[in-house]
Design a protein around this ligand. Structure first.
Ligand SMILES: Cc1ncc(COP(=O)(O)O)c(C=O)c1O
Length: 403
């Protein structure tokens, strides 16, 4: 008997149903062990003792290892230590947190910004603070889980429209009482398909019905718009989107989420957003590295240029092989293969061949649309991309995914 068994009381395991569910996942080919990263999160990385070309991170611009971010984080640790020690509303607001919010507001060209611990808490905390059970949210069917959770927490009625269908959103709006408060919400870039929310058309709908317009730009921050300002800038929808969410965890290379809007709205979130009120603020190193990342976005445009050059090159290569790359318009390029076990098998075969492209199956994507989700970064070399394309071609043929 192990030590763990001795500690466990002698009774039936009330969590047995979870073990049963895990067993079902295994039988359905939906169980995926975690890959363990043993190096920096780079274009090349070592996972599970294997050196691979890494096509699975959200480190779009390679900023996780940028010398300026590293140095800023190190200096912050030396000067301020490792933790902030409190939630923002008690003793955990450091000058650096405020500076980061001011810099982000100037960068996004809005009145004010509040930073959360993650993009997830930014979305969930904002939607649940703004809406009540009297209100209604009109949401794209493929919006991120953090939006869905925020909607559920708010207890507002949830009306889902088919993916990117602004006319369907309009029809839903028409049937709602004029006086009811409405929030129309979309991802800027959809995380599993890499396509863009139809912002101009959705802004039209929101304006027609007096709805609050909200965009989650997690995958657009640092990727779309001038200097990576996001899809609102990309589509020139400035002044038409009331609530913009961005993340600091992906292209920005660190951790966190932010909400951009009017000064009063942000002050409201300071008082009502539950992750802001009830969870400790970022360590100094995180805030300092995020500040350095804004400098990099503003002063080193070649990273974005390189990201987009690599994206076009890699996507074209996959398409030349005959892969189904879906409707991606961003550096996220799905390789759709069908059922989850096939996606898992292909991902594993590629991994053995030195390329890491994680498989994604149900429930993250619909059944029958399991895929390998690829993301190239600014720091991949042409040699890396050629190597990955070559292996994709070989494994795709071996498994009959392409002819
Ligand atoms: C569309 C979208 N929104 C929000 C998030 C959450 O961002 P974070 O990783 O910073 O919590 C993600 C990340 O997975 C995402 O893909």
């Amino acid at each position: 008997m192990s030590d763990i068994d001795i500690l466990r009381p002698m009774r039936n395991n009330p969590l047995q149903f979870l073990s049963d569910e895990l067993e079902t996942l295994k039988q359905q080919g939906l169980y995926r062990p975690l890959r363990i990263l043993e190096s920096e999160q780079g274009a090349h990385a070592t996972f599970d003792h294997k050196s691979v070309v890494n096509l699975s991170s959200n480190n779009y611009l390679g900023l996780t290892t940028h010398p300026k971010l590293r140095e800023a984080a190190l200096q912050a640790v030396r000067k301020y230590g490792t933790g902030s020690g409190s939630v923002r509303t008690i003793a955990g607001t450091m000058e650096m947190h405020m500076e980061l919010e001011r810099r982000l507001a100037a960068f996004k060209k809005v009145e004010a910004v509040v930073v959360f611990q993650s993009g997830f808490t930014a979305n969930a905390g904002t939607v649940s603070a703004v809406l009540t059970k009297e209100d209604v949210v009109i949401s794209d069917e493929l919006n991120h889980a953090s939006i869905i959770d925020g909607c559920r927490l708010s207890r507002a009625a949830i009306k889902v429209f088919p993916h990117k269908d602004a006319d369907a959103a309009r029809k839903i709006m028409k049937d709602l009482p004029a006086a009811q408060r409405k929030l129309l919400i979309t991802d800027g870039v959809f995380s599993m398909d890499g396509d863009l929310g139809p912002l101009p058309a959705l802004c039209d709908v929101a304006e027609e019905f007096g709805a609050i317009m909200m965009v989650d730009d997690a995958h657009a921050s640092g990727v779309f718009g001038r200097q990576g300002r996001g899809t609102v800038d990309h589509f020139d929808c400035h002044g038409r989107v009331d609530i913009q969410v961005g993340t600091l965890s992906k292209a920005v290379g660190v951790l966190g989420g932010y909400v951009a809007g009017t000064k009063d709205f942000i002050e409201f979130l300071y008082h009502r957003a539950r992750p802001f009120l009830f969870s400790t603020s970022h360590p100094p190193a995180v805030a300092a590295a995020c500040l350095a990342a804004i400098d990099v976005l503003e002063n080193e445009p070649h990273w974005m240029q390189q990201l987009w050059d690599n994206t076009k090159y890699f996507k074209a290569g996959l398409q030349r092989h005959g892969f189904n790359t879906g409707r991606g318009e961003s550096p996220i390029t799905p390789v759709i293969v069908g059922e989850a076990p096939m996606a898992a098998q292909m991902s594993d075969r590629l991994f053995q061949a030195g390329v890491f492209a994680q498989s994604i199956g149900f429930p993250t994507v619909p059944r029958g649309q399991a895929r390998l989700r690829t993301i190239v970064t600014a720091t991949h070399s042409r040699q890396d991309l050629d190597y990955a394309l070559d292996r994709f071609g070989a494994v795709g043929k071996e498994l009959g995914v392409i002819a």
